[in-house]
Design a binder for this molecule. Structure first.
Ligand code: TMP
Length: 215
């Protein structure tokens, strides 16, 4: 699949802590775009392909997960992303579709780079290698205070928390700060929205921004 052709579709990534409301907002934006006649593909990271879902299992559900070092984690997320880009995202963009991705490379910048404290340069290089030239046209960061995020997470899941969800509040504070920094440093690509309002209000704000950014 050629990654060098100019795509006519658009890639919109959604980022934020656990429980920030990304998947609800992806469904609402997908419905909105479809009403305006757009062809929409929704996907998620890690996962979105058979290989990616297997990698997701290794990262979040593996019983030996506590022994996984941060470098391995970074490379596994990147491997799942490389597959998703080539198998799903790039072909959809070349076919003129709107791709909505629940997380993309900024998750590695924030979770592995900032929260796990891996050096920024290798994280950026590995991210670039995984995505080739497929970068989001717009990234929506949904911001909620860490306490809200963790409360929503507890309410949402009846299962035991997975490996990432077992991290402590400090880790999630770093994740939040990382996303706020990203939004500050990349205003041309990143939209920061307040995720504590109702889903309908958040969706309206996202829709307005997307229309302005993507025409
Ligand atoms: P999800 O539960 O939002 O689907 O994401 C799975 C977990 O993986 C979540 O805790 C965020 C984390 N993650 C990273 O740490 N780095 C990454 O690059 C990605 C895509 C996800």
């Amino acid at each position: 699949m050629p990654l060098h052709q100019k795509p006519t579709g658009k890639l919109i990534s959604f980022e934020g802590s656990e429980g920030s409301g990304k998947s609800t907002q992806i469904s609402l934006l997908a419905a909105h775009l479809q009403k305006t006649g757009k062809d929409v593909v929704s996907t998620r990271e890690p996962g979105g392909t058979e290989i990616g879902e297997q990698i997701r299992n290794i990262i979040v559900h593996n019983s030996k997960g506590d022994e996984m070092c941060a470098e391995t984690e970074l490379l596994l997320f990147a491997a799942a992303r490389a597959q998703l880009v080539r198998e799903v995202i790039a072909p959809a963009l070349l076919a003129g579709k709107y791709v909505l991705s629940d997380r993309f490379l900024d998750s590695s910048t924030v979770y592995q780079g900032i929260a796990r404290k891996l050096a920024a340069d290798p994280v950026a290089q590995i991210n670039r290698f995984a995505v080739g030239n497929v970068m989001p046209d717009v990234t929506v960061v949904i911001d909620v205070p860490t306490e809200v995020s963790l409360t929503r997470l507890k309410q949402r899941t009846t299962d035991l928390p997975d490996r990432m969800e077992r991290e402590n509040i400090d880790f999630y504070n770093h994740v939040r700060e990382g996303y706020l920094l990203l939004a500050k440093n990349m205003p041309e690509r990143v939209i920061l929205v307040d995720g504590t309002r109702t889903p309908a209000q958040v969706a309206q704000t996202i829709w307005e921004h997307v229309q302005v950014r993507l025409g």
